[in-house]
Structures are given as structure tokens and as C-alpha cells.
Design a protein around this ligand. Structure first.
Ligand code: NAP
Length: 333
């Protein structure tokens, strides 16, 4: 059996997850049992959600246990199959973990077709990230043509897709992102109507300028002060899709804001949280539509591919420093 390199959780983090919380191990890859498949992982999806999965306590999935291989979505090639629906050489995605080889029940695997779109797109627009943007925006915000849509984390994996889908649906799209380069990319390459650099601009004032009739839909990836600034600019009957709160994930003092939540009452608006996995039964519908938009060029998938399983602890932190440009992927082969 080949050697399987792995990152395991060694301790729970306080604040930013530094290197000390991870443990590197090397073991023999596990032979699949009847009904299982062994996958040689090629690429791993690095997601802000992984920060939540290593906290103690109740969430939408159980926390990764101390000593366990760190949970991660990935993409790879079937190496050994003991299930009739999978054969060596098939390409699949699944929750594989931070390792070279995953041995998993066939039921958790999705076959993908690399003739349709390249590897990385299956981890981005056609993967969990794309499903998050599609359902979290269209289902939760229910946008109408002509409405003003604001998205935070706009240059990131989910946010960049949300803004583009808003344009496809005939809305005005305003992105909020960190830095001049990310903001000009949103407008010049992805077709956003405007972008606000939260690192140098007064977000609340900039929203008043760009959204004179108020914000009809807000897709929130970051929470905190930016959420508060958007809540101060809501249109009547606004819809907020609560996707994530990355500005809060590493704050050991807990969540701050929004202090002006009363605006929801004044503007007769609603906030709805969602978890992408709840839409699993409808992924096919989203994949078909997103594939069409990718083919027609209406939707662009920007990926940021870094190399080497051994570099995971440093690469993961780029999600929190904002050094990633688009979907952050770790290529391990
Ligand atoms: N509800 C669900 O089912 C679901 C599923 C997937 C993802 N999510 C959530 O969606 C959000 C985006 O995830 P993603 O995969 O697309 O990651 P991403 O946006 O590609 O990467 C994270 C980005 O967050 C921004 N950021 C980091 N710290 C920040 C801070 N303190 N304030 C403001 N922005 C900050 C950075 O961009 P800047 O350079 O612009 O700061 C960074 O590039 C996350 O909150 C994630 O947890 C939710």
C-alpha cells in the first residue's frame, strides 16, 4: 500500500489557527472494503468553514476530533474500487480530508466529467462553492431584475459568483472587497457595477452613493462592521442572505454587531441563514445552469491554486489575510 501523508488536528485553536494546532503523520493508505473506494486525491478545497469545523461545540456538523485527519472537500481519481458504480480512473469529488488517499463509502462520492470543465472548476463554480452562491443568492434573496444587490467578500470564491449571477439576473451588483486590485478586478473583469474597498473607504457612505434607493439584497460573507454598514442602507423589504461571517471566525472575544438590527423592523426586512448542504437534492439543477453560463462566458471562475500538501497550514491562513484571489485550492499531486 502506498504511503498516505496526512494533516491531523492536534489542538483546538484560540484565534488564528497557527501551525501548532496541526500534526503531520504518514501511514499506509487503507485498502477499501466491500462498497468502498480508494481515491488518490489531486486537489483539496480550502474553505473558511474549516475554521468552524475545528471549534468545540454544536454546529451543523460535528467538530473534527483531536487526532483525526482534518476534514476537507477534495477531488481525485479512483485508485481502487470495491463498488460496481466506480472504476479505477474515474474522477470524483467528496469529503476526503487533508491527505493523499481517502478510503470512503461509494455513497459519498460524486463522479465528475473533466471533458466538460477543467479540474478546478469542479471545486469552484460547479462544486460546493458554486452551489452556495447559486442557492444562497437565488433561493434566499429571491432577486428581481433591476434590484440592487450588494455582496461582501466579493472577490472571493462565493462572492465573485454571487455578483456575476446578480448581473445575469438583471440586477445591479455592488461588491465590497479588500484592496484596490480586487475592486478593479470586480468591475473591469467580472462586470460588477461598482466596488467598495472596505480597507480604505467608509463603507456606509459609499453604499449611500452607489445605492441611492437602498440595498434590496445583501449577500453577507463577512458579518461585523460591514454588515452594520449595509443594514444602515437597506431598502424597504430587503432580503439578507446570511452565508458567513469571516470577520468573526478568529475573534476569541466572540461576535460583534450588528448594533442597528432594529433597521430590519424599520425597513420591514429579513435575514435568513442557510447551509449549502441542505440543497444537496437540487445540486443537479444548479450545475446544469452554471455550466451553461460558464460555456456562454457569462460566468467566470477564478481560482487560486497553491502547491503542496505540506504547505497547508500557511496556505489556509491566506483566507483570513485576504491573500487569496478567488477560490483557494491546494494541489497535492
Ligand atoms: N452557508 C454556507 O453553506 C457556506 C458555504 C460556503 C462558504 N460559506 C461562507 O462564505 C464566505 C466566503 O467563503 P469563500 O470560500 O468564498 O472564501 P473567500 O471569500 O474566497 O476567501 C475569504 C475572503 O474573506 C475576506 N476576509 C477575510 N477576513 C476578513 C475580514 N476580517 N473582513 C472582511 N473580509 C475578510 C478576504 O477577502 P478581502 O481581501 O476582500 O478581505 C478573503 O479573501 C465565508 O464566510 C464562508 O464561511 C458559507
Amino acid at each position: 500500500m502506498p504511503t498516505n501523508r496526512q494533516w491531523r488536528l492536534a489542538a483546538r485553536p484560540v484565534g488564528l489557527p497557527d501551525k501548532s494546532i496541526w500534526q503531520w503523520t504518514e501511514t499506509a493508505a487503507i485498502d477499501p472494503k466491500e462498497g468502498e473506494v480508494q481515491v488518490r486525491i489531486h486537489e483539496l478545497s480550502l474553505d473558511p468553514a474549516m475554521r468552524g469545523w475545528i471549534n468545540e461545540g454544536k454546529s451543523y456538523v460535528p467538530p473534527v476530533g483531536i487526532g483525526e485527519v482534518m476534514r476537507a472537500l477534495g477531488l481525485g481519481e479512483v485508485a481502487v474500487s470495491r463498488h460496481p458504480n466506480f472504476a479505477p480512473g474515474d474522477w470524483v469529488t467528496g469529503i476526503f480530508g487533508l491527505q493523499d488517499y481517502a478510503t470512503a463509502p461509494a455513497a459519498g462520492l460524486n463522479k465528475i466529467d473533466l471533458r466538460v470543465q477543467p479540474l478546478e472548476v469542479w471545486l469552484h463554480a460547479l462544486g460546493m462553492t458554486g452551489m452556495t452562491a447559486y442557492f444562497g443568492f437565488l433561493d434566499v434573496c429571491d432577486p428581481k431584475p433591476g434590484e440592487t444587490v450588494v455582496v461582501s467578500g466579493a472577490a472571493g470564491a462565493v462572492g465573485s459568483l454571487v455578483g456575476q449571477i446578480a448581473k445575469i439576473k438583471g440586477c445591479r451588483a455592488i461588491g465590497i472587497a479588500g484592496g484596490k486590485d480586487k475592486c478593479s478586478y470586480l468591475v473591469s473583469k467580472l462586470g460588477f457595477d461598482a466596488a467598495i474597498d472596505y480597507k480604505t473607504e467608509d463603507v456606509r457612505a459609499a453604499l449611500e452613493t452607489h445605492c441611492p434607493k437602498g440595498v434590496d439584497c445583501y449577500f453577507d460573507n463577512v458579518g461585523g462592521a460591514i454588515l452594520e454598514a449595509v443594514m444602515a442602507n437597506l431598502a424597504l423589504h430587503a432580503r439578507i442572505s446570511f452565508c458567513g461571517a469571516i470577520s468573526q471566525y478568529n475573534d476569541p472575544d466572540g461576535v460583534t454587531g450588528p448594533r442597528n438590527y432594529r433597521q430590519l423592523l424599520v425597513r420591514r426586512s429579513r435575514v435568513q441563514g442557510f447551509i449549502v448542504f441542505d440543497y444537496a437534492a437540487r445540486y443537479g439543477e444548479a450545475v446544469r445552469e452554471m455550466m451553461g453560463w460558464l460555456k456562454s462566458g457569462q460566468l467566470k471562475s477564478r481560482v487560486d491554486v497553491r502547491q503542496g500538501l505540506e504547505n497547508f497550514p500557511d496556505v489556509f491562513l491566506k483566507l483570513f489575510s485576504g491573500e487569496n484571489n478567488g477560490k483557494l485550492i491546494l494541489k497535492i499531486i
